[in-house]
Every structure is written in C-alpha cells, then in structure tokens.
Design a protein around this ligand. Sequence first.
Ligand SMILES: NC(=O)c1ccc[n+]([C@@H]2O[C@H](COP(=O)([O-])OP(=O)(O)OC[C@H]3O[C@@H](n4cnc5c(N)ncnc54)[C@H](O)[C@@H]3O)[C@@H](O)[C@H]2O)c1
Ligand SMILES: CC(C)=CCC[C@@H](C)[C@H]1CC[C@H]2C3=C(CC[C@]12C)[C@@]1(C)CC[C@H](O)[C@@](C)(C(=O)O)[C@@H]1CC3
Length: 333
Amino acid sequence: MRFLVIGGCGFLGRHIVDELLSRGFPVNVFDIRSTFDDGRVKIFLGDLCKKEDLMPALEGVSAVIHCATPPPLSNNRALFHKVNHDGTLNIIACCKEAGVKRMVLTSSASVVYEGSDIKNGVETMPYASKPMDYYTETKILQEKVVLQANSDDFYTVAVRPHGIFGPRDPHLVPTTVRTAQAGKMKFMIGNGENLVDFTFVRNVVHGHILAAESLGPGSKVNGKAYHITNDEPIYFWTFLSKILVGLKYDAPKRHLPFTFIYFLALILNLFVFLLKPIKDIKPTFTPMTVCLAGTHHYYSSEAAKKDMGYRPIVSLDDGIEETIRSFSHLSKK
Ligand SMILES: NC(=O)c1ccc[n+]([C@@H]2O[C@H](COP(=O)([O-])OP(=O)(O)OC[C@H]3O[C@@H](n4cnc5c(N)ncnc54)[C@H](O)[C@@H]3O)[C@@H](O)[C@H]2O)c1
Ligand SMILES: CC(C)=CCC[C@@H](C)[C@H]1CC[C@H]2C3=C(CC[C@]12C)[C@@]1(C)CC[C@H](O)[C@@](C)(C(=O)O)[C@@H]1CC3
C-alpha cells in the first residue's frame, strides 16, 4: 500500500513518513515546502488547494494521510479557510478521481472545545458551536467534509490528537522557550491543577497508521473520529515546568487568577482585531491559549483502543525526556 502524506514536511508529517518507511511502506510526500531529503521518498512540491499540483502525487497511491495546515497559532482566517476547508475538498475530489481508497485526516481534539472544562471527553460530544479561534473553526469544517465523504469506495477516518509534542515540534516547545526568554513564564495562569492531555508524537503516528490499516469494506472505523492521546492526563503547568526545567529555565511558581488573565486576553484580542489593517500582531496569550492553560481538557481514547487496538507506545515521561534531549539547543545558556 503506497501512502501519500500531505503535509509530510511538517512536524507530525515527517514523523509519519519516517515510521511508514521503517515499516516498509512506499511513501510519497506532498507539501508546499521541502524540509528534508530522503532517497526513499518522492517529494512533490505544490499547493494542496491546486488540483494540477496534487494529481501527480496521487499516482499509484492507495492511502492518503492529510496532516497539512497553516500554523495553528497564525490566526490567518482567510488562509485557514482556503487550506483547511477548500483545500481539503480539493484533496477529496482529487483522491476520488485518482482512485485512492483510504483517507486519514489529522483532525484535533479541540473541535469540541469552547474554553470550558472537558474531562475525559468522548468523540460523540458536539462540535464547538462557538470555536475559540479561526484554526479550530476550520478544523471543524475540515473534519465534517472528510467524514461526510466516506462511502463504499472511499473510506475516511479522522484522528483527533491533543497537544502533540516531541522532537522537531515547531509550536509547543519553541513558543514555551520564547515566552520564558521574554520573562513571561514567571506566573502560572490559574491554580495549576487543570488536567490536560499532551501526546507524544510517536503515539500520534502509531494511531494514524492503525487508522489507515483499519479502514476498509465494512470496517467499524469508516466515517468516524477517534481521539489519540497518551492516556496520561497531566497538570498543564507541571508538563510545561518539566520542559522548562529540563531546558534549564525556571519553572513558574506564582499564580495569576485565570478569570483576570482571560479578561486581559479578550481586551488584547480586540486591539489585535482593530489594529489588523495597520499591523498584524500575533500575541502568544490569546483567549484560546489562556483557556488551554487554565482549564481541564483531556479526552478518552477508549474508542480507538476498542475499534483499532490502539495503545500508547511511548510513556509521557519517556516522551518528555526524549523531547528535552532533542531541544538541548534551546537550553538556557
Ligand atoms: N501540533 C499539535 O499539537 C497538533 C495537535 C492536534 C492536531 N494537530 C494537527 O496535526 C497536523 C500537523 O500539525 P503540525 O503540528 O505537524 O503542523 P506543521 O505546521 O508542522 O505542519 C503542517 C505542514 O503543512 C504544510 N502545508 C501548509 N499549507 C499547505 C498547502 N497549502 N499545501 C501543502 N502543504 C501545506 C506546511 O508546509 C507544513 O509542512 C495538522 O493538521 C494539525 O491541525 C496538531
Ligand atoms: C500559556 C502559554 C503561552 C504556554 C506556552 C505553550 C503553548 C504555546 C502551547 C501549550 C498548549 C499548546 C497547544 C497548541 C499549540 C501550542 C500550545 C498553545 C494547539 C493549539 C496546537 C493545535 C492543536 O490542534 C491543538 C488545538 C490541540 O491539540 O487540540 C493544540 C492545543 C494545545
């Protein structure tokens, strides 16, 4: 079974490519940029929104893993809609024309998150009626169109990871370090006792490949969404502190009231919106990131265990240790 990994030059995508190769699968990659060179992989460069770019990469492909997105913290509404919604519709149309049989979408557990506590959330929870940012708004649209596309000759499934971390992560660890270096990590938001899922990248990869292998005629996974987590919810600020201390930065010790910081983030968000025509500001503390830092948000992966035999293959502590080692270049000097 030849795979095409759309977004295969990104953080998760590259780990998926590496694992598929190690399991002996032939792999194509499609991405708008190239970040690596491997003789075993054909990298097709192009825009997933363009049929003429995508079709050549689908030749001889049986399964597509779509893990491309604009950067989740980029706040670019038009780009999110173009790539995550319109682009995904293009991928579906191209897959059907090329005779691809299986599609795995990398969705996000946050498609049901509206800023309030979620404890052991299940996949049957309704989509957020008021998504907290444009990224999540378009991840909902994306998951809907992929699952609706499921049919007797084109099987689709959505994998919903949460808080992916690991070597080559460009979002979580680098942003945490930058925030610490800017002196903005001296305080925890809230009481520090909000449990969340952080999922080591190789567990997410494992979940994707299991999902791809489980798709097929009469399969119970066809047309469904599945949480893939480490199954080890951890206090948000304990996780961040482990990363920070591991990289020789001080862990936050004092607390700021969640409601107060959330209110400040709302005001900042308004200023960002008003100033947008003049200057594109990308604050780290948005209503979404503040809620992620101050509320419970962990999800049950029981459905994935039952329907596809998923189990995390790397523990949280081992994943944190490997991540810290891989980011030693970001350690405090
Ligand atoms: N990082 C997380 O914590 C997390 C958690 C849950 C779900 N996800 C999902 O996982 C997937 C991968 O996320 P990531 O963290 O690896 O992101 P990433 O930014 O590292 O990778 C995304 C890739 O998509 C490519 N891309 C963007 N626009 C494109 C276009 N128009 N045409 C072709 N390629 C394009 C980028 O070049 C990049 O290589 C995304 O779908 C994201 O929504 C991420
Ligand atoms: C309080 C601060 C600024 C801490 C620094 C760490 C910050 C950067 C870091 C802590 C939590 C983490 C995070 C994401 C980006 C980085 C960020 C916010 C995103 C949004 C990526 C996209 C995924 O789809 C989604 C939604 C998911 O997995 O559901 C996650 C949710 C968890």
